[in-house]
Write a protein of this length. Structure first.
Length: 392
Protein backbone atom coordinates (compact mmCIF):
# COMPACT_ATOMS: atom_id res chain seq x y z
CA UNK A 1 0.00 0.00 0.00
CA UNK A 2 2.84 2.41 0.87
CA UNK A 3 4.49 1.70 -2.49
CA UNK A 4 1.26 2.52 -4.33
CA UNK A 5 0.95 5.84 -2.51
CA UNK A 6 4.51 6.79 -3.45
CA UNK A 7 3.87 6.03 -7.13
CA UNK A 8 0.58 7.93 -7.03
CA UNK A 9 2.36 10.95 -5.54
CA UNK A 10 5.08 10.85 -8.22
CA UNK A 11 2.51 10.63 -11.02
CA UNK A 12 0.61 13.62 -9.62
CA UNK A 13 3.81 15.68 -9.42
CA UNK A 14 4.66 14.85 -13.04
CA UNK A 15 1.19 15.85 -14.28
CA UNK A 16 1.33 19.12 -12.35
CA UNK A 17 4.76 19.91 -13.80
CA UNK A 18 3.46 19.44 -17.33
CA UNK A 19 0.33 21.53 -16.70
CA UNK A 20 2.34 24.39 -15.25
CA UNK A 21 5.04 24.41 -17.92
CA UNK A 22 4.75 27.67 -19.96
CA UNK A 23 4.78 25.74 -23.23
CA UNK A 24 3.31 22.28 -22.59
CA UNK A 25 3.08 21.67 -26.31
CA UNK A 26 6.86 21.29 -26.47
CA UNK A 27 7.23 18.46 -23.98
CA UNK A 28 9.88 16.77 -26.08
CA UNK A 29 11.94 19.93 -26.08
CA UNK A 30 12.23 21.11 -22.51
CA UNK A 31 15.78 20.01 -21.75
CA UNK A 32 17.91 23.13 -21.84
CA UNK A 33 21.49 23.01 -22.95
CA UNK A 34 24.07 23.40 -20.20
CA UNK A 35 27.50 24.91 -20.86
CA UNK A 36 30.43 22.51 -20.67
CA UNK A 37 31.90 24.85 -18.07
CA UNK A 38 31.18 28.23 -16.59
CA UNK A 39 31.65 31.28 -18.77
CA UNK A 40 35.00 32.88 -18.03
CA UNK A 41 35.23 36.52 -17.06
CA UNK A 42 36.34 37.51 -20.54
CA UNK A 43 34.73 34.77 -22.62
CA UNK A 44 36.21 34.36 -26.09
CA UNK A 45 37.35 37.98 -26.15
CA UNK A 46 35.04 39.13 -28.99
CA UNK A 47 33.77 42.10 -27.00
CA UNK A 48 37.34 43.29 -26.44
CA UNK A 49 38.14 43.70 -30.13
CA UNK A 50 38.26 47.46 -29.85
CA UNK A 51 40.94 49.55 -31.46
CA UNK A 52 43.51 50.52 -28.86
CA UNK A 53 42.86 47.40 -26.77
CA UNK A 54 46.06 45.66 -27.88
CA UNK A 55 49.59 45.15 -26.60
CA UNK A 56 52.82 44.63 -28.44
CA UNK A 57 53.65 40.95 -28.44
CA UNK A 58 56.47 40.40 -25.97
CA UNK A 59 55.94 43.83 -24.36
CA UNK A 60 53.23 43.47 -21.69
CA UNK A 61 51.35 46.69 -20.96
CA UNK A 62 52.38 48.47 -24.15
CA UNK A 63 49.10 49.53 -25.74
CA UNK A 64 48.63 50.33 -29.39
CA UNK A 65 47.30 53.79 -30.16
CA UNK A 66 44.36 52.55 -32.20
CA UNK A 67 44.43 55.70 -34.31
CA UNK A 68 43.55 55.58 -37.95
CA UNK A 69 46.68 56.14 -40.09
CA UNK A 70 44.73 58.39 -42.42
CA UNK A 71 43.39 60.42 -39.50
CA UNK A 72 39.85 59.97 -40.81
CA UNK A 73 38.23 56.59 -40.24
CA UNK A 74 34.68 57.68 -39.54
CA UNK A 75 32.55 57.96 -42.67
CA UNK A 76 30.25 60.64 -41.31
CA UNK A 77 31.55 63.22 -43.77
CA UNK A 78 32.24 61.03 -46.76
CA UNK A 79 29.41 58.50 -46.91
CA UNK A 80 28.76 57.57 -50.55
CA UNK A 81 25.39 56.04 -49.75
CA UNK A 82 23.36 58.73 -48.04
CA UNK A 83 20.85 58.52 -50.85
CA UNK A 84 19.14 55.23 -51.56
CA UNK A 85 20.23 53.75 -54.86
CA UNK A 86 17.14 52.39 -56.60
CA UNK A 87 19.33 50.08 -58.65
CA UNK A 88 20.93 48.60 -55.53
CA UNK A 89 18.84 45.46 -55.68
CA UNK A 90 19.02 44.82 -59.41
CA UNK A 91 20.73 41.60 -60.61
CA UNK A 92 24.20 43.05 -61.21
CA UNK A 93 26.28 40.17 -59.85
CA UNK A 94 27.58 36.97 -61.50
CA UNK A 95 26.60 35.18 -58.28
CA UNK A 96 23.07 34.19 -57.18
CA UNK A 97 21.48 37.04 -55.25
CA UNK A 98 20.82 36.53 -51.54
CA UNK A 99 19.17 39.87 -50.80
CA UNK A 100 15.68 38.40 -50.34
CA UNK A 101 13.67 39.33 -47.28
CA UNK A 102 10.97 37.80 -45.09
CA UNK A 103 7.89 39.58 -43.79
CA UNK A 104 7.60 39.20 -40.01
CA UNK A 105 4.20 40.12 -38.65
CA UNK A 106 3.72 42.39 -35.66
CA UNK A 107 3.62 40.69 -32.30
CA UNK A 108 4.51 40.59 -28.63
CA UNK A 109 7.24 38.36 -27.24
CA UNK A 110 9.39 37.83 -24.17
CA UNK A 111 12.78 39.48 -24.65
CA UNK A 112 15.70 38.35 -22.52
CA UNK A 113 15.70 35.49 -20.05
CA UNK A 114 15.18 34.75 -16.37
CA UNK A 115 17.99 32.19 -16.59
CA UNK A 116 20.98 34.19 -17.86
CA UNK A 117 24.11 32.26 -18.78
CA UNK A 118 26.39 35.29 -19.09
CA UNK A 119 25.05 37.48 -16.28
CA UNK A 120 27.49 40.34 -16.92
CA UNK A 121 26.01 40.82 -20.40
CA UNK A 122 22.62 41.92 -19.08
CA UNK A 123 20.63 39.02 -20.56
CA UNK A 124 17.78 39.61 -18.10
CA UNK A 125 15.32 40.35 -16.80
CA UNK A 126 12.70 38.91 -19.15
CA UNK A 127 10.28 41.62 -20.34
CA UNK A 128 7.33 41.77 -22.68
CA UNK A 129 8.02 43.69 -25.88
CA UNK A 130 5.57 44.62 -28.62
CA UNK A 131 6.91 45.21 -32.12
CA UNK A 132 5.48 46.44 -35.38
CA UNK A 133 5.73 44.28 -38.49
CA UNK A 134 9.19 44.28 -40.05
CA UNK A 135 11.10 42.96 -43.04
CA UNK A 136 14.27 40.94 -42.39
CA UNK A 137 16.98 39.71 -44.73
CA UNK A 138 16.66 35.96 -45.07
CA UNK A 139 20.44 35.72 -45.17
CA UNK A 140 23.44 37.48 -43.70
CA UNK A 141 24.94 39.96 -46.17
CA UNK A 142 27.34 37.89 -48.28
CA UNK A 143 30.66 38.78 -49.84
CA UNK A 144 28.93 38.79 -53.23
CA UNK A 145 26.26 41.25 -52.06
CA UNK A 146 28.83 43.50 -50.39
CA UNK A 147 30.95 43.47 -53.54
CA UNK A 148 28.01 44.89 -55.51
CA UNK A 149 27.84 47.76 -53.02
CA UNK A 150 31.59 48.45 -53.19
CA UNK A 151 31.67 48.32 -56.97
CA UNK A 152 28.71 50.70 -57.21
CA UNK A 153 29.93 53.26 -54.68
CA UNK A 154 33.69 52.91 -54.35
CA UNK A 155 33.21 52.45 -50.63
CA UNK A 156 36.29 51.73 -48.51
CA UNK A 157 35.73 49.91 -45.22
CA UNK A 158 37.20 51.07 -41.93
CA UNK A 159 39.40 47.98 -41.70
CA UNK A 160 40.91 48.98 -45.06
CA UNK A 161 41.44 52.53 -43.84
CA UNK A 162 43.02 51.40 -40.58
CA UNK A 163 45.10 48.89 -42.50
CA UNK A 164 44.36 46.02 -40.12
CA UNK A 165 41.66 44.04 -38.36
CA UNK A 166 41.32 41.23 -35.80
CA UNK A 167 41.70 37.54 -36.65
CA UNK A 168 41.78 34.37 -34.56
CA UNK A 169 45.35 33.04 -34.31
CA UNK A 170 44.32 29.49 -35.25
CA UNK A 171 43.06 30.73 -38.64
CA UNK A 172 46.36 32.32 -39.72
CA UNK A 173 49.08 30.92 -41.95
CA UNK A 174 52.60 30.58 -40.54
CA UNK A 175 53.76 33.35 -42.86
CA UNK A 176 51.13 35.82 -41.68
CA UNK A 177 51.58 34.78 -38.06
CA UNK A 178 55.30 35.51 -38.25
CA UNK A 179 54.55 39.16 -39.07
CA UNK A 180 52.01 39.81 -36.29
CA UNK A 181 53.20 42.21 -33.60
CA UNK A 182 50.06 42.98 -31.58
CA UNK A 183 47.54 40.86 -29.68
CA UNK A 184 44.37 41.75 -27.78
CA UNK A 185 44.96 42.28 -24.08
CA UNK A 186 43.91 39.31 -21.90
CA UNK A 187 42.69 37.26 -24.90
CA UNK A 188 45.93 36.77 -26.86
CA UNK A 189 44.37 34.35 -29.37
CA UNK A 190 42.94 37.46 -31.03
CA UNK A 191 45.62 39.13 -33.16
CA UNK A 192 45.73 42.44 -34.99
CA UNK A 193 46.63 41.42 -38.53
CA UNK A 194 47.91 44.00 -41.00
CA UNK A 195 46.21 43.60 -44.36
CA UNK A 196 43.16 41.73 -43.08
CA UNK A 197 39.86 43.06 -44.38
CA UNK A 198 36.67 41.83 -46.04
CA UNK A 199 38.55 40.74 -49.16
CA UNK A 200 41.34 39.11 -47.12
CA UNK A 201 39.65 37.54 -44.10
CA UNK A 202 42.73 35.85 -42.61
CA UNK A 203 45.35 38.32 -43.81
CA UNK A 204 46.90 39.41 -47.11
CA UNK A 205 47.69 35.86 -48.23
CA UNK A 206 43.99 34.88 -48.22
CA UNK A 207 41.04 35.81 -50.42
CA UNK A 208 37.31 35.22 -50.81
CA UNK A 209 37.34 33.65 -54.26
CA UNK A 210 35.72 30.47 -52.92
CA UNK A 211 33.70 32.29 -50.26
CA UNK A 212 31.52 34.69 -52.21
CA UNK A 213 28.43 33.08 -50.67
CA UNK A 214 29.83 33.36 -47.13
CA UNK A 215 28.97 36.30 -44.85
CA UNK A 216 31.06 39.40 -45.36
CA UNK A 217 33.22 39.96 -42.28
CA UNK A 218 35.65 42.64 -41.08
CA UNK A 219 32.84 45.18 -41.44
CA UNK A 220 32.38 47.78 -38.72
CA UNK A 221 29.03 49.07 -37.50
CA UNK A 222 29.67 52.21 -39.55
CA UNK A 223 30.31 50.11 -42.66
CA UNK A 224 27.10 48.15 -42.10
CA UNK A 225 25.05 51.31 -41.75
CA UNK A 226 26.39 52.64 -45.06
CA UNK A 227 25.52 49.42 -46.86
CA UNK A 228 22.01 49.46 -45.43
CA UNK A 229 21.47 53.06 -46.56
CA UNK A 230 22.55 52.15 -50.08
CA UNK A 231 20.25 49.11 -50.18
CA UNK A 232 17.23 51.05 -48.89
CA UNK A 233 17.27 49.06 -45.67
CA UNK A 234 18.54 49.53 -42.11
CA UNK A 235 20.06 47.65 -39.20
CA UNK A 236 17.58 45.96 -36.84
CA UNK A 237 17.02 47.09 -33.30
CA UNK A 238 18.16 44.56 -30.72
CA UNK A 239 14.53 43.77 -29.94
CA UNK A 240 13.71 43.19 -33.62
CA UNK A 241 16.69 40.90 -34.03
CA UNK A 242 15.81 38.81 -30.99
CA UNK A 243 12.15 38.60 -32.00
CA UNK A 244 13.19 37.53 -35.50
CA UNK A 245 15.69 34.99 -34.18
CA UNK A 246 13.11 33.28 -31.98
CA UNK A 247 10.90 32.57 -34.97
CA UNK A 248 7.69 32.83 -32.98
CA UNK A 249 8.77 30.55 -30.13
CA UNK A 250 8.64 31.69 -26.51
CA UNK A 251 11.19 30.95 -23.78
CA UNK A 252 13.42 28.82 -25.95
CA UNK A 253 17.23 28.78 -26.01
CA UNK A 254 17.50 28.42 -29.78
CA UNK A 255 15.13 29.19 -32.68
CA UNK A 256 14.21 25.49 -32.92
CA UNK A 257 13.97 24.67 -29.19
CA UNK A 258 16.24 23.95 -26.26
CA UNK A 259 18.49 21.20 -27.54
CA UNK A 260 21.72 22.19 -29.26
CA UNK A 261 21.71 19.03 -31.36
CA UNK A 262 18.11 17.84 -31.76
CA UNK A 263 18.26 14.15 -32.66
CA UNK A 264 22.02 14.62 -33.09
CA UNK A 265 21.63 17.12 -35.93
CA UNK A 266 23.76 20.26 -36.26
CA UNK A 267 21.50 23.28 -36.67
CA UNK A 268 24.07 26.09 -36.82
CA UNK A 269 27.76 26.83 -37.35
CA UNK A 270 29.55 27.00 -33.99
CA UNK A 271 32.81 25.68 -32.53
CA UNK A 272 33.38 22.02 -31.76
CA UNK A 273 36.56 20.83 -30.09
CA UNK A 274 38.86 22.79 -27.80
CA UNK A 275 38.68 26.56 -28.05
CA UNK A 276 40.74 28.48 -29.17
CA UNK A 277 43.15 25.95 -30.66
CA UNK A 278 41.23 23.12 -32.30
CA UNK A 279 37.93 23.25 -34.13
CA UNK A 280 37.03 19.70 -35.11
CA UNK A 281 34.41 21.08 -37.50
CA UNK A 282 31.90 18.33 -36.80
CA UNK A 283 29.24 20.64 -38.24
CA UNK A 284 31.16 20.73 -41.53
CA UNK A 285 32.82 24.14 -41.14
CA UNK A 286 36.02 25.29 -39.42
CA UNK A 287 35.30 28.90 -40.32
CA UNK A 288 32.27 30.65 -41.79
CA UNK A 289 29.75 28.76 -43.90
CA UNK A 290 27.55 29.85 -46.84
CA UNK A 291 24.77 32.21 -45.81
CA UNK A 292 22.29 29.72 -47.28
CA UNK A 293 23.48 26.85 -45.07
CA UNK A 294 21.32 25.14 -42.45
CA UNK A 295 17.56 25.13 -42.17
CA UNK A 296 15.79 28.48 -41.71
CA UNK A 297 13.80 29.26 -38.59
CA UNK A 298 10.02 29.65 -38.62
CA UNK A 299 10.38 33.16 -40.04
CA UNK A 300 12.49 31.90 -42.95
CA UNK A 301 15.80 33.27 -41.66
CA UNK A 302 19.04 31.33 -42.13
CA UNK A 303 22.02 31.46 -39.76
CA UNK A 304 20.30 33.85 -37.38
CA UNK A 305 22.50 32.21 -34.73
CA UNK A 306 26.10 31.15 -35.28
CA UNK A 307 28.31 31.70 -38.35
CA UNK A 308 28.96 35.45 -37.86
CA UNK A 309 28.02 37.95 -35.18
CA UNK A 310 25.54 40.53 -36.51
CA UNK A 311 25.40 44.23 -35.73
CA UNK A 312 22.24 45.87 -34.42
CA UNK A 313 21.28 49.54 -34.28
CA UNK A 314 21.19 49.81 -30.47
CA UNK A 315 23.73 51.30 -28.12
CA UNK A 316 24.91 48.87 -25.45
CA UNK A 317 23.65 48.80 -21.87
CA UNK A 318 23.35 46.02 -19.30
CA UNK A 319 20.62 47.76 -17.31
CA UNK A 320 17.11 46.73 -18.36
CA UNK A 321 13.68 47.28 -16.90
CA UNK A 322 11.15 44.45 -16.63
CA UNK A 323 8.45 46.90 -17.73
CA UNK A 324 6.48 46.36 -20.94
CA UNK A 325 7.90 48.23 -23.95
CA UNK A 326 6.72 48.93 -27.48
CA UNK A 327 9.28 49.19 -30.29
CA UNK A 328 12.26 49.83 -27.97
CA UNK A 329 15.39 51.29 -29.53
CA UNK A 330 17.87 51.10 -26.66
CA UNK A 331 19.76 53.96 -24.98
CA UNK A 332 20.15 57.33 -26.70
CA UNK A 333 23.94 57.06 -26.66
CA UNK A 334 26.93 55.07 -25.52
CA UNK A 335 30.36 53.82 -26.54
CA UNK A 336 29.54 50.34 -27.87
CA UNK A 337 26.91 48.90 -30.19
CA UNK A 338 25.01 45.67 -29.55
CA UNK A 339 25.76 42.61 -31.64
CA UNK A 340 23.68 39.44 -31.60
CA UNK A 341 23.69 35.83 -32.73
CA UNK A 342 27.14 34.51 -31.88
CA UNK A 343 29.55 33.10 -34.46
CA UNK A 344 31.43 30.03 -35.63
CA UNK A 345 33.89 30.73 -32.80
CA UNK A 346 31.33 30.32 -30.03
CA UNK A 347 31.73 27.35 -27.66
CA UNK A 348 30.01 26.77 -24.34
CA UNK A 349 33.34 26.65 -22.50
CA UNK A 350 34.30 30.20 -23.57
CA UNK A 351 31.48 32.02 -25.30
CA UNK A 352 28.08 30.49 -24.68
CA UNK A 353 26.44 33.29 -26.63
CA UNK A 354 24.92 31.34 -29.52
CA UNK A 355 21.47 31.72 -27.91
CA UNK A 356 18.48 33.92 -28.74
CA UNK A 357 18.77 35.90 -25.50
CA UNK A 358 22.57 36.25 -25.66
CA UNK A 359 24.22 39.52 -26.58
CA UNK A 360 27.61 41.19 -26.79
CA UNK A 361 29.10 44.48 -27.88
CA UNK A 362 31.86 46.32 -29.76
CA UNK A 363 32.74 49.91 -30.59
CA UNK A 364 31.26 51.14 -33.89
CA UNK A 365 34.65 51.11 -35.63
CA UNK A 366 35.53 47.55 -34.56
CA UNK A 367 35.91 44.77 -37.11
CA UNK A 368 36.85 41.11 -36.93
CA UNK A 369 36.91 37.86 -38.87
CA UNK A 370 33.67 36.69 -37.23
CA UNK A 371 31.62 39.90 -37.38
CA UNK A 372 29.07 40.70 -40.08
CA UNK A 373 25.44 41.82 -40.38
CA UNK A 374 22.07 41.50 -42.08
CA UNK A 375 19.57 44.20 -42.97
CA UNK A 376 16.00 44.86 -41.89
CA UNK A 377 13.44 47.35 -43.19
CA UNK A 378 10.13 48.83 -42.08
CA UNK A 379 7.28 46.68 -43.37
CA UNK A 380 5.57 49.72 -44.91
CA UNK A 381 8.78 50.75 -46.70
CA UNK A 382 9.88 47.72 -48.72
CA UNK A 383 13.02 48.38 -50.77
CA UNK A 384 12.42 48.30 -54.52
CA UNK A 385 13.57 45.27 -56.42
CA UNK A 386 13.72 42.91 -53.45
CA UNK A 387 11.84 39.63 -53.35
CA UNK A 388 9.87 39.54 -50.09
CA UNK A 389 8.45 36.28 -48.78
CA UNK A 390 5.09 36.37 -46.99
CA UNK A 391 4.31 40.02 -47.66
CA UNK A 392 0.52 40.50 -47.18
Amino acid sequence: MATCKVWLLLCCCFVLAILHHPNPGYCDDVVAETPDSQEGEKGCGCSGLNRGNTVKIGEPGSEATGKCPTGKCSHEDEAPADKYREDANQPTSPYPRTNQMSYIKAGTFTMGTNNPVVVMDGEGPPRKVELDAVLADKYEVSNAEFEIFVNATGYVTEAEKFGDSFVLEARLSEETLSKVTEAVMQTPWWLKVVGSDWRHPEGPDTNIDDRMDHPVVHVSWNDAVEYCKWAGKRLPTEAEFEYASRGGKENRTFPWGNRLLPKGKHMMNVWQGTFPKINTAEDGYAGTCPVTAYEPNNFGLHNILGNAWEWTADWWTTEHSADFKKNPTGPEGGTDKVKKGGSYMCHASYCHRYRCAARSQNTPDSSASNLGFRCFADADKPPAGVEIEGLP
